[in-house]
Design a protein around this ligand. Structure first.
Ligand code: SAH
Length: 252
């Protein structure tokens, strides 16, 4: 095989206290191959080198959420209730990140993979079939619209969002979808205290709080990552999210 993903069992163990099973590793490999193949027709990702794919797509997707999925939940990041099958949504999933790696390692979760581009969702539908992932479904839609849909508003325990826009835009896309007590995970690269201060007002207007901000160092290239954990603590006013395009044009 020409494009073999590394397994990195020791690094998974050290950083997530977890290792993929043989089946999960095979699903990661298949995901990688399908994305390389899909890249020929769709502009899915610039990251095609096996080590880089492992780090920037698999490790990056899983590191921020792993503490929430493990049996001994992080004390600071408890989920609402004790749902045996938490409902997750990945907004602007693109080629399936972070949603697909999470779907692979958390079969007890139900994942909704959402993107505004139909072509990307069609591609993901095929991945779900090929990887035999039955705990995920897809929707084509815009976060600004889905956030008002009775089937989706107030429906999720966790919302994931990576590389979709400014943090306040991500907050406006995610918080309306959460159940009371739910968590939004906003994946970032660099992040500063000044940005935190700028985000506070937006999160407050949306009925959330910034509960935690974690910093991670990626294990191969030693790059900096952050994850913002927003907790929904109050009702999100009915006018949020605002109409299509407004959140990014006039960020809170
Ligand atoms: N989350 C993926 C893809 C990021 S690219 C990753 O980190 O690799 C951003 C994606 O968000 C694109 O696929 C785009 O179609 C989608 N997107 C942008 N604005 C959106 C919106 N308002 N609602 C839903 N999807 C959106």
């Amino acid at each position: 095989m020409t494009n073999l993903l590394p397994e990195m069992a020791e690094i998974w163990q050290q950083t997530l206290n977890w290792q993929p099973t043989v089946q999960e590793q095979a699903q990661f490999q298949k995901l990688y191959e399908l994305i390389l193949e899909g890249n020929r027709q769709l502009n899915l990702t610039r990251i095609t080198d096996p080590q880089e794919f492992w780090e920037k797509h698999l490790w990056d997707s899983l590191r921020p959420i792993a503490p929430l999925l493990s049996a001994n939940f992080s004390p600071t990041l408890l989920l609402p209730g004790t749902s045996a099958s938490p409902a997750l949504i990945d907004i602007g999933t693109g080629a399936g990140f972070p949603g697909i790696p999470v779907t692979i390692i958390a079969p007890n979760c139900t994942m909704t993979l959402m993107d505004s581009t139909r072509k990307k969702i069609t591609f993901i539908d095929n991945i779900l079939t090929e990887l035999a992932l039955t705990n995920a479904k897809t929707i084509v839609g815009r976060a600004e619209e889905i956030g008002h849909h009775p089937q989706h508003r107030l429906a999720y325990d966790i919302a994931l969002i990576r590389a979709v826009g400014a943090a306040s835009v991500c907050a406006e896309y995610t918080l309306p979808l959460l159940k009371p007590g739910g968590l939004a995970l906003i994946y970032r690269g660099n992040w500063t205290d000044e940005e935190t201060r700028g985000l506070e007002n937006a999160v407050d207007q949306l009925g959330g709080i910034i509960e935690a901000i974690e910093q991670f160092t990626t294990p191969l290239s030693h790059s900096i990552r952050h994850c913002l954990y927003l907790r929904k603590v109050a009702k999100t006013p009915a006018n949020f999210p605002r109409a299509v395009g407004i959140p990014s044009q006039k960020p809170l």
